[in-house]
Design a protein around this ligand. Sequence first.
Ligand code: KG4
Length: 336
Amino acid sequence: MNILAFESSCDETAAAVVRDGRTVLSDVIASQADMHAVYGGVVPEIASRKHIEAIAGLADAALEGAGLEKSQVDAVAVTYGPGLIGALLVGVNFAKAAAYGLGVPLIPVHHIRGHISANYIAHPDLEPPFVCLCVSGGATLIVDVRDYTEMEVLGATRDDAAGECFDKVARVLGLGYPGGAPLDRLARGGDDKRYAFPQVHVHDAPLDLSFSGLKTAAVNLIHNAGQKGEALDLPSLAASFAAAVSEMLVPRVMEAARRRGCGKIAVAGGVAANSRIRRDLERACAQSGDRLYLPPLSLCGDNGAMIGCQAYYEFQAGRTAGMDLNAYANREIEIG
Ligand code: KG4
């Protein structure tokens, strides 16, 4: 089954052709990150307009890359939430037109379910059940993936997402947008114990997370040093901050895996590229005996292949949409 998939939930327009869930025939992407960098974050109106300009060309490029004619497409899939509503609507409307024109089913895909699926592409042997740490610019969730389309949130952030937190601190340090990767690079060689950051525990919800206190502490530290004219050891600041974010995430996902007892942990989303978090998870899993599945860096961020992969399993579960499909800025992963 050849699925032509589209992703446009934030600032990347992406299209891919995926065969039978796990074979990626093509995967093309047009990033707008440079466009938004001048504003220090994504401008929703600009994102929507850039998606409109890029999406038809990417559809052609995905088909050409896969070596397929339009008549060989068996279904069209699209991210329909969560994300920036104007941006999502571009993808949803284009996918509807494509499915209508080709006379094939339309498959709606939850963005974070897509991120989880990136692991199926990277690891052909991975099958549910497993616990997945989903960390992106907009979401931070610990998910019990019971089956390909059956999921339960075990823990979630009460405020900011982990990616938002990296981006904010990077912005205050003048590292540009998106700031996660440059902050990660800056941390190399830094002393991760040089600066202390608070760890927050949510009362009666040990698997829930909170990043706003950590973010504010880092921003205050940078501003205070600036006001006093004190020089900061920036690599050590970046390393200490990454260690604090990792300390928030890793023990909780390990505890979630222990409770579920499935012995498998996966990671998903843009922040899954973070070298400190990857290293800490590798160490923790080596100790616990859990098998760890990390997506390659190329599949951590938004892409079309992950949507085409998840779409296959949604289709198997009978989840297709009509021409009245809408987009949702917020959408629970359990509903899909
Ligand atoms: O999954 P993604 O591409 O988009 C969303 O669906 O949100 O995630 C983007 C986020 C941004 O916040 C970006 O700064 C962060 O992932 N990110 C990183 C790294 N690479 C990307 N954060 C920390 N360390 C990295 N190496």
